[in-house]
Design a protein around this ligand. Structure first.
Ligand code: AR6
Length: 176
C-alpha cells in the first residue's frame, strides 16, 4: 500500500530491510548499541564489522533517541540506530518513547540530507510492543513529520512478515 502526503510517498512493503536502497535504513537497536537478534542482528550481519566499530565509538543511545553511522556493505548511505521502548504494560511512557524514536530518526535523516528512509516495526519484536499500537504510532508520527518537512520524499516501512504488514495496512487506512 502507498499513500501521498504533500510531495512525499509513504509505502508499506513486506521484505528484508537489509536489501533496501533508500538513503537511510533504520535499525531497531538496544541502548548499548551492541547488536543483538532480530533486525539489529540482520543489519550488522549484512553491513559487516565497520558499523559495529562506529557503534562502539558512539557507545550509548537512550530509548527514544537515534544515532547515525555509515552503512558498510549495505546499499543505503547511512544506518540510523534508534532505540524503541521495552513494552511494560503501556503505563511507563512507552507511547511517547516510540513516537520519539521515529521522530528522532526522521530528524537525523533530514540532517544528513537524505531523501528516502526505510523503517522496520520498531519495538514490535523482542521489545514486545503490541503490534497495532506500534503500527499506529509509527504511521501517525511519520505522517505528521512529512507534513512539516519537505525534504523527505519517501518513507518505506519494510515489514518482515504478512501479519506485521496487515497491521500496518489496517492502521494506515484508519489514518488517511
Ligand atoms: N527486515 C525487516 N524487519 C525485520 C528483519 C529484517 N531483516 N528482521 C526482523 N525484523 P526486533 P525490537 C522485524 O525484535 O522489538 C534486538 O536484539 C521483526 O519481525 O528486531 O525493537 C536489539 O538488539 C519485528 O517485526 O526489534 C534489541 O535488543 C521488527 O523487525 C531488541 O532486539 C522489530 O523486531 C529490539 O527489539
Amino acid at each position: 500500500m502507498e499513500i501521498n502526503i504533500n510531495e512525499a510517498v509513504i509505502s508499506l512493503v513486506v521484505g528484508d530491510i537489509t536489501k533496501e536502497k533508500t538513503d537511510v535504513i533504520v535499525n531497531a537497536a538496544n541502548s548499548g548499541l551492541r547488536g543483538g537478534g532480530g533486525v539489529d542482528g540482520a543489519i550488522h550481519r549484512a553491513a559487516g564489522p565497520s558499523i559495529m566499530a562506529e557503534c562502539r565509538q558512539i557507545g550509548y543511545c537512550p530509548a527514544g533517541q537515534a544515532v547515525v553511522t555509515t552503512a558498510g556493505n549495505l546499499q543505503a548511505k547511512y544506518v540510523i540506530h534508534t532505540v524503541g521502548p521495552v513494552y511494560r504494560g503501556g503505563t511507563k511512557g512507552e507511547d511517547r518513547l516510540l513516537e520519539s524514536a521515529y521522530r528522532e530518526s526522521l530528524e537525523q535523516a533530514v540532517r544528513k540530507k537524505a531523501a528516502s528512509i526505510s523503517f522496520p516495526a520498531i519495538s514490535a519484536g523482542v521489545y514486545g510492543y503490541p503490534l497495532r499500537e506500534a503500527a499506529r504510532i509509527a504511521l501517525k508520527t511519520t505522517i505528521d513529520f512529512v507534513k512539516e518537512n519537505q525534504r523527505i520524499e519517501l518513507v518505506r516501512f519494510v515489514l518482515f512478515s504478512r501479519d506485521v504488514y496487515d497491521a500496518f495496512e489496517e492502521e494506515l487506512k484508519k489514518l488517511v
